[in-house]
Structures are given as C-alpha cells and as structure tokens.
Design a protein around this ligand. Structure first.
Ligand code: ARG
Length: 402
C-alpha cells in the first residue's frame, strides 16, 4: 500500500465470485485492513448466485448481499434505452453499460446502510467499466471512496492471481487458460480478448456462447410478433407479458435462430479502439421492431429529429453518465415522443437474419387513402404543382444567377 492510500474501515465490493473479485476480497483485507461486504446482483446473466454465499464468506467477506435486480434493470434502464433506440456507434445495445449504473447504485445504497466508507470494483484500468462504476458512485455517494485493486496491485497475470489465491487458501476453480472475457446480463453478453484482438480475423466459433451459428439454425423461418405500449415491449405473439419475461423468451428464440451476433470495433471512452463481440438476440429484435413501429407512428419531424438525441443518449450511457442532467432530460423527451408508439410488428427470423414483414398500430399515421396508387386515392395531385413551384424556387433563383 502506498502511503497516499486513503484509510478505509469498511467497503462494499461488486462481487462476481470469479477469480479477480475473489482475490480482491483477500487483497483488500491484507492491504487496507478493512472489512469487506460482498454484493452480487442478478441482472439475468443466467447464473445461480446462491453458491456465492458460502464462497464469499470462506474467502473472507464479513457478509454478502445478493439481490435479484432483473425487474428494476428492465424497468429503469433497459426500457428507457429501448424508447431511445440506444445503440452505441449504431451497433452495440449497451448491455454492460446499462448494468453498471444499477450495480453502482446498489453499492452506494448498501454502503450507506452498512456504514461503509468505500466501495470497490474489479475493473482494469483500460476499460469503460471502471469509469461507469466510479462516476456513478461520485454522483450518488460523493462522500464514498472508490477502491480499484486490479488497477494498482502487483498481480500482473492470471497465473499470479491463481498463485495468490492458492497461497491465501481462496477457493477458486480458475484455470490458467481463459480464452475470452465475458460480461452478461439479460440485455446481452459482451465478449472480448484473446483471438478477438485481431480485428481482421473471423471470430473463432467457440467465442460465441449462446447464439447458434446461422448455418446451423433451422431451415424453416419463424415469425414472431412483438407488441409495444408507449415504446416498451409488452406482448409476444399477441400474449400480454411482463417485459422481463418477454426479453428472456426472445433471447431463447433468437439464440436458436442465429439472431443477434454483433462483431464490432468500438471507441472506448479511455481512447482505445477495441474489437468486441456481442450476443444480444432480444435486444436486436426488439430494437428492430421498435424502430419499425416508430416509422408508422411518429410524426415526420419527430422521426427526423429523434435520432440526434438517440445517438447522444447511447453515448451518455456508454460514458457512464446515466445519472446526469442531460440523460434525464433526453429520457423525458423520449417518454413524450413515445406516447403514440403502441402497436405491433412482425419479424421473420431466418438463419441469423431478421426481416420486418408487417406492422400495425391504432396510432398509425399511415393513411391508405393518401398512399394508394389504386382507386380510392384522396391525395390532391393538382396541389403538388404549386407546392413544387415554391419548394423549387430557390433552385431556380440560384440557376438564374449563374
Ligand atoms: N466494451 C463493452 C462496454 O464497454 C463491454 C465491456 C465488457 N466488460 C467486461 N468485463 N468484459 O460496455
């Protein structure tokens, strides 16, 4: 410990039970003498967290708090991001980035309840997640210190961490070879490191964890109908459903049909370009359907303006600025703009592709009498002439000048 290190009595650690956060518990006790409370959240990563109770205590934690935050995650984070069509750099549905502020919010809440003076996380110094945890802690618990052991400890490799664990009798099942790094929740899985670091190389098939290869998906297409209420998905194939259940259901369906694989090079907040894979079947299907419904229900000017704020929203989420005045103001705009986004969209899934095949809404602004080229046309064709004369006037003036 360098002498400049803040004095800590008790800290709450974002704990996954993996090698890093297991070693962190011990390391914090050894290096700061503080008491460690572990916190683990279920964000729909599909993992039983109960075994962590014993594990955390055996590793040295004084207490562990486990919370099922799936409903809160969907209601307060995923739903607003659906309304905003939030995709970072047009591709990444932001699963990890949306999960961090919720975990950080709980870290702060628990720290206050436990009388702790710090929170801790297991992020490295190269990623976005450290920024998200810390900026949210600054916003919600400015009096709390933040400890990031992985950023400062002397354990340079995974092997050294395993050795440290062995020496301190920390129960870990880790093996030296770990080809990729993952972070998962119900909105998607992030995959990085290893063979993926060559952006020219096709991802090895074993990098994908849950979505079947499109080549191996069924030869028969599947049609799903997603219904929305004010921009939030609320039914599947005509059946009312909790948004959480619907997302979990769509993930299963998409995984079977090879839908939702994303391969991208993205700009991290810390200045690095990074090649990442995402598996986000439900997110990709829901956002595709949602945009399509908006095309029917939004007034033209709203439709053209909204993407400007969508891009900003995605950036704010990615940057860890969920709890910020601009994000809140944009969400207010989105909620207003979603008032008429109620209806349903049919998607055809086929070997990794998603085709929109139909949409309907009682708030649809699509008027068949105006659109038709057949009998029943109510559009005033003669009015077009005067409109074009005036609309084209600047072009005419300009041409005469030349
Ligand atoms: N690049 C993504 C993001 O910044 C994913 C980060 C994944 N984190 C991880 N621990 N594997 O949101």
């Amino acid at each position: 410990m360098s002498p400049s290190k803040p004095h800590v009595k008790k800290c709450v650690l974002a704990y996954s039970g993996g090698l890093d956060t297991s070693v962190i518990i011990r390391w914090l006790i050894e290096n700061t003498g503080c008491e460690v409370v572990a916190f683990s959240a279920d964000l729909g990563q599909g993992e039983n967290l109960e075994p962590l109770r014993r594990k955390a205590i055996r590793t040295g934690a004084s207490k562990i708090v486990i919370e099922d935050l799936r409903q809160e995650f969907v209601r307060d984070f995923v739903s607003p991001s659906i309304q905003a069509n939030a995709l970072y750099e047009g591709k990444y549905p932001l699963a990890t980035a949306l999960g961090r502020p919720l975990i950080a919010k709980w870290l702060v809440q628990i720290a206050k309840a436990e009388g702790a003076d710090a929170v801790a996380h297991g992020c490295t110094g190269k990623g976005n997640d450290q920024v998200r945890f810390e900026v949210v802690t600054n916003a919600l618990g400015p009096e709390l210190k933040v400890l990031a052991p992985v950023r400062e400890w002397e354990l340079k490799t995974r092997e050294e961490e395993i050795e440290y664990a062995r020496k301190h009798r920390i129960p870990v099942q880790a093996t030296a070879a770990k080809p990729y790094s993952f972070d998962s929740n119900l909105w998607g899985r992030s995959i990085e490191c290893g063979a993926l670091e060559d952006p020219a190389a096709e991802p090895p098939e074993d990098a994908w964890q849950s979505i079947v290869s499109p080549q191996k998906a069924p030869n028969k297409p599947l049609v799903v109908e997603i219904g929305f209420t004010r921009g939030v998905p609320t039914s599947l194939d005509g059946k009312k459903m909790k948004t959480l259940d619907l997302i979990e259901r769509l993930n299963k369906i998409g995984e079977r049909h090879g839908v939702g694989r994303i391969d991208m090079v993205e700009n991290r907040l810390v200045g690095i370009k990074s090649r990442e894979l995402y598996e986000a079947p439900a997110a990709v299907m829901i956002l595709t359907a949602h945009k399509e419904l908006e095309a029917m229900c939004l007034d033209r000017e709203v439709a053209h303006f909204k993407p400007i704020l969508e891009g900003k929203m995605a950036e704010l989420i990615y940057y860890g600025l969920w709890y910020s005045p601009l994000r809140e103001a944009i969400s207010a705009f989105m909620a207003e703009a979603q008032k008429k986004v109620t209806g349903s969209v049919r998607l055809k899934l086929y070997k990794g592709s998603i085709m929109v095949i139909g949409r309907e809404s009682r708030h649809s602004l699509y008027d068949p009498r105006l659109a038709t080229y057949d009998v029943g046309d109510r559009f005033d064709h003669t009015a077009a002439e005067g409109f074009i004369q005036i609309f084209g006037l600047p072009s005419k003036v300009l041409a005469r000048r030349k």
